[in-house]
Structure formats: structure tokens, C-alpha cells
Design a protein. Structure first.
Length: 255
């Protein structure tokens, strides 16, 4: 699992197409439908720059955000300072959580699970969530599908241009594992018309529904729903994103 370094500086401008308010409200509607617990503590796992954490806090949740990248959390803290929202941020590896409370709801959005290097890492994260959460707590997460890795990300190159930076995003697909290795080159305009160049690299791995659902069952989760592409509909064969809604029916396991 890689942390964002240079990418953190440009993350918000390069993901400006994401409607975080709409996405937060989507999660909120699912939580409202399925929640059984009375508490209000929400864990935003792999919270990045805090965009969804801010939305969920405005929707009335007591939010705790966890991320592996100190650079991302620095931006999240600046947002918290500006908004005045009472959000607790922790810099932790989600494979080795050490929380100071028991979440009623955990969300893990924007393909963060795909950044885990192996099924054992996935198992560690699921086990930690089950261990720290309250009984009957909810766990919502999304993942990029194998279809997206093979057919959309694949060996393609994408370019992005904002007022801040010009970015060249190059993908390399490893067919044997459905891993996509990503190399990002950033060109930032400096005074005098010159560009400074920096780079970052990370990878994402696609896991099958069978693999994910086996681990969920073994770690004490009941699957309440599985939706395609941020809808409330079953996923189509060409769905690029799956959204899982699960409930913790067995917790307190040894980590």
C-alpha cells in the first residue's frame, strides 16, 4: 500500500469532478435505511483530504477520519480549521488501526480498498473494523471492479489540466493479478513561464466479488446490499464500481 506524497498537493484539484456532497448524501441514505445502533460515531477510513469527512460531519455525524498519508491529513486539517467542524483526524495505517472509540458506522470510499496489496491486507482491515466497531455496526465500502482495471484503466494514459498543474497519468496493467501500476508526472507553472516537474507512483489491485465476500463472511460481516456504480441497483457486468453495505454480526475478535 502506497501513501500519496506529491499527489496530495494536487489531489483536490484533480478530483474536482467528484461531487462529494452527493456522495456523502448517498452514504447517508444507505446508513439511515440499515442502521440499528443508537450511537453517532462515524469512521471515515482512508479519509484523504477530508472532503467526505466534512460532508458527513455536516450531516450530523461525529466523525473520526483515519489516513496513512500525513500529506493528505495536513490538507484535511486545513479544511477543518476553515470550516470549524469538530472532526478528529488520526494518521494510521488501516491495516493496523488503534482507535479511541467504537464506530457505529465505518465508510471506506473512493477505491481505498484497492490500494491494499494483498487479500491478507484486506482481511486485516476487515478484522480491525469488526474488532473496534460496536455490535451491529455498519461498514460501507466501495471497490473498483476487475472490469474497470482490465478495460478502463488498463494500459491507458490520461492527461489532466487545472489552473494549478498539468498531469500525465500512465497506467500499466499486470494481467496475472489485475493490478494497475500508476505513474503520475506533474508539471507546475512557475514564475517566468518555466515548469517544475515532480512525480508520484502507486498501484491499485482489483479483487473479485468472491474473494471479498468470503473474507467478509469469515470476519463476521453480513452483506446487506451490493450496488453498482453508486446507485441502489444490482451491479451490471460492466460496472466500474461496487458498493458493499455490511453489518457486523460478530466482533471482539483478537487482532
Amino acid at each position: 500500500m502506497s501513501g500519496y506524497n506529491v499527489f496530495a498537493r494536487y489531489y483536490d484539484s484533480l478530483t474536482a469532478n467528484i461531487d462529494y456532497v452527493k456522495r456523502g448524501e448517498y452514504f447517508h441514505s444507505i446508513i439511515s435505511k440499515f442502521r440499528k445502533t443508537e450511537g453517532n460515531l462515524l469512521l471515515d477510513l482512508a479519509c484523504g483530504t477530508g472532503s467526505i469527512s466534512e460532508v458527513m460531519a455536516r450531516l450530523g455525524y461525529d466523525v473520526m477520519g483515519v489516513d496513512y498519508s500525513g500529506e493528505m491529513l495536513s490538507i484535511a486539517m486545513n479544511k477543518k480549521f476553515d470550516s470549524g467542524l469538530d472532526i478528529c483526524y488520526l494518521c494510521q495505517d488501516m491495516r493496523r488501526l488503534d482507535l479511541y472509540g467504537s464506530p457505529d458506522v465505518t465508510i471506506c470510499a473512493l477505491d481505498s480498498i484497492n490500494h491494499l496489496d494483498s487479500l491478507e491486507d484486506v482481511r486485516s482491515v476487515f478484522r480491525n473494523i469488526a474488532f473496534f466497531s460496536v455490535p451491529d455496526g455498519l461498514f460501507l465500502f466501495d471497490v473498483n471492479t476487475i472490469y474497470k482495471h482490465r478495460c478502463i484503466l488498463a494500459n491507458n494514459t490520461f492527461t489532466y489540466e487545472t489552473d494549478e498543474v498539468y498531469c500525465v497519468w500512465e497506467n500499466t496493467l499486470v494481467p496475472e493479478t489485475d493490478e494497475v501500476k500508476m505513474n503520475l508526472e506533474f508539471f507546475e507553472l512557475e514564475s517566468g513561464g518555466l515548469y517544475s516537474r515532480s512525480s508520484d507512483a502507486f498501484s491499485e489491485k482489483a479483487y473479485s466479488e468472491t474473494e471479498l465476500e468470503k473474507i467478509l463472511a469469515e470476519e463476521g460481516f453480513e452483506i446487506l446490499g451490493k450496488y453498482g456504480d453508486d446507485t441502489l441497483l444490482p451491479p451490471a457486468e460492466d460496472a466500474q464500481r461496487l458498493v458493499y453495505v455490511t453489518r457486523i454480526v460478530r466482533s471482539g475478535q483478537t487482532i
